[in-house]
Design a protein around this ligand. Structure first.
Ligand SMILES: [Zn+2]
Length: 239
């Protein structure tokens, strides 16, 4: 596990005649720097799944459950619910993404995006009632990418809430139909990362003064290389 100061410690990787510099991010939901990034990433994943349905699910307020118990019951019921919807709708590329939010009263509340050809609203409500006892549910069909993007912005803009023993969100394996992030970074996969005792800009300056050429940059990192493939990037002490 890497340690450093979020958004300040520089991270360094080298492979062959290439080096990559980026900033350490702790990736915690509680971090003021990382939380907005994580929310943005989650929204991007949600939109990329091309959902055609939005469900809003609540728990049964008549049951004497604590918020944590209600969240546990809810996430357990979600698994059964989606399995049933998959079978019932016979959707070949069925997929889902759900997030748990906290209502003002402190109880869980779930938004789920699905790729699920039609299952009737009444049947969905009846199934949720059977699983949880709750009857309040909202079902929206999504008919365009623009509508999907609007819903994602509207319903997935809050930070998913961490109840005791339950996850903040869940994504089915089939949700992402293509994964561009992973192919782009294939070259760097498995390459050890090191924190260095430099700020990001100091590390960049050190690589430039070592005669390396910037090759590509993204919002998060810069890649450098030597024209001469026999040269290897400089080494630095760990922070
Ligand atoms: Zn952070």
């Amino acid at each position: 596990m890497l340690k450093g100061q979020c958004g300040q410690t520089a991270i360094y990787q080298t492979k062959n005649n290439r080096a990559r510099a980026f900033l350490f991010h702790c990736k915690r939901w509680s971090c003021p720097t990382c939380s907005p990034r994580k929310r943005r990433q989650l929204r991007a994943i949600a939109t990329a799944g091309k959902p055609d349905m939005l469900l809003t699910l609540t728990h049964d307020t008549k049951q004497p459950l604590t918020p944590d118990e209600a969240a546990q019951q809810m996430t357990k019921a979600l698994t059964a619910m989606f399995r049933w919807m998959h079978t019932r709708s016979k959707t070949a590329n069925f997929g889902y993404l759900w997030v748990i939010e906290r209502t003002q009263r402190g109880f869980p509340h779930c938004h789920a995006l699905l790729r699920c050809q039609f299952v009737h609203h009444r049947e969905i409500s009846a199934k949720w009632k059977e699983l949880t006892g709750a009857s309040i549910i909202d079902v929206q069909r999504i008919t365009s990418e623009r509508q999907a993007a609007n819903y994602v912005t509207k319903y997935l803009s809050k930070e998913p809430h961490k109840f005791d023993k339950t996850r903040r969100f869940g994504i089915s394996k089939s949700w992402r139909q293509t994964d561009t992030d992973r192919t782009v970074d294939a070259f760097w996969q498995g390459v050890p990362v090191q924190t260095v005792a430099y700020s990001f800009s100091e590390l960049v300056a050190a690589l430039l003064s070592a005669g390396m050429t910037p090759e590509a940059s993204s919002k998060t990192h810069i890649t450098f290389f030597y024209q001469d493939p026999t040269l290897t990037p400089p080494t630095f002490n760990s922070s």
